[in-house]
Ligand binder design. Structure first.
Ligand code: PMP
Length: 357
């Protein structure tokens, strides 16, 4: 830390992104990226758009907003695109949280919520999940602040039904409820349909997972036009050109090529369910994930050991070194071939461990 670093950030512990190692070619199952390339339509539109790089991007993301509003069946002023969904989540902290409106989120959830609260110097309360990592909806009733819920949750992969989300929204008329749907396309119900029913709901989604565009950085939020206007006030006060023109073009291509996205999601879901079965036969316990990742714990072998041994064998998974997560690993669902390599590697780790004990 330099002697100039602001006192208010002295204690800030930044978010730790998943490893992006350069030392060898790993099978990367650690950051929930898609194993499939982006849609060819997205690539084609993006390539063409590079020819216009000398111009700033359109701050209103016009063609993308027009297409997306029809796609999601909302008005144009009810949607806002951002630099990844991380940015719109941060905008929500900036726009709606303050000393009288703390942020509420689960103690085990997306790690960035805590960081966004801290960097924006707003108070927050972490609400414990139950022992089985499920959300007790009643813990979220009658809060006076801003509620952040990842649905499905990460790193557990567990989703709440819409009726539970609706209960939280209805019981918090004084609070904005932010539903982070980064993984919704892999098997959960989206709350977008509730946006026109309640004035306190903001739904965020991303192109990073189901649309294979993590490196392009594109996310968005859907809400009523007043909330979107507030978020735009923050956007235009920080970075009006937050979505670059190539990403915007790629995003439009990805939305247009809906069949491609759906068929990739179907394969990931099929692979996920197959691997769930194999891993449980190998002695793993896991949460009922409806995402593109599994959250697994072996009955006999610790999470860190499995993480390290897999890394030695060229396979990266995500290990969190804190209680009660340290027995677990979060494993992104890759292609069938990648998952077969994972299963083989786990098989030999278990064998080695058996021999040693
Ligand atoms: N929400 C959750 C729950 C996530 O896991 C992630 C990705 N790590 C994000 C939001 C942010 O994704 P992005 O900024 O790539 O859209």
């Amino acid at each position: 830390m330099s002697r100039f670093f602001s006192e208010k950030l002295e204690r800030l512990v930044p978010y730790t992104p998943g490893e992006q190692p350069k030392d060898m070619n790993y099978i990367k199952l650690n950051t929930n990226e898609s194993p499939f390339p982006p849609s060819p339509v997205a690539v084609e539109l993006a390539n063409r758009e590079t020819l216009n790089y000398q111009l700033y991007s359109d701050p209103e993301c016009t063609p993308l907003v027009e297409y997306a509003s029809e796609y999601f069946n909302v008005q144009r002023d009810e949607i806002l695109f951002t630099n990844g969904s991380d940015e719109i989540l941060n905008f929500a902290f900036m726009a709606f949280c303050d000393k009288d409106h703390p942020a509420y989120f689960a103690d085990i959830t997306y790690g960035f919520y805590r960081v966004f609260a801290e960097i924006n110097c707003v108070p927050y309360e972490m609400i414990p999940l139950r022992k089985d990592f499920t959300v007790n909806v009643e813990d979220y009733v009658n809060k006076k602040g801003v509620i952040f819920i990842a649905n499905p949750n990460a790193p557990t992969g567990i989703a709440l039904p819409l009726s539970d989300i609706e209960r939280i929204i209805v019981s918090n008329p004084q609070s904005v409820v932010v539903v982070d749907e980064a993984y919704v396309d892999f098997g959960a119900d989206s709350s977008v349909s509730l946006v026109n029913k309640y004035d306190n709901l903001l739904v965020t989604q991303t192109f990073s997972k189901s649309r294979s565009m993590a490196g392009a950085r594109l996310g968005f939020g859907i809400s009523n036009k007043e909330i979107i206007r507030d978020l735009n006030t923050v956007k235009y006060s920080t970075n009006p050109y937050n979505v670059n023109r190539v990403t915007m073009a790629a995003g439009l291509g990805a939305l247009k090529d809906d069949d491609y996205m759906r068929s990739n999601c179907e394969s990931i879901v099929k692979t996920r369910e197959r691997v769930k079965g194999v891993l449980s036969d190998m002695g793993f316990e896991m949460t009922p994930s409806v995402t593109n990742f599994l959250f697994v714990k072996h009955k006999k072998i610790g999470g860190e050991l499995i993480y390290r041994e897999l890394k030695d064998k060229g396979i990266l998974v995500r290990h969190f070194n804190t209680d009660p997560l340290k027995d677990y690993n979060r494993i992104t669902v890759g292609t069938d071939k990648e998952m077969d390599a994972l299963i083989d590697a786990i098989g030999s780790i278990l064998e080695e461990e058996n021999e040693n004990n």
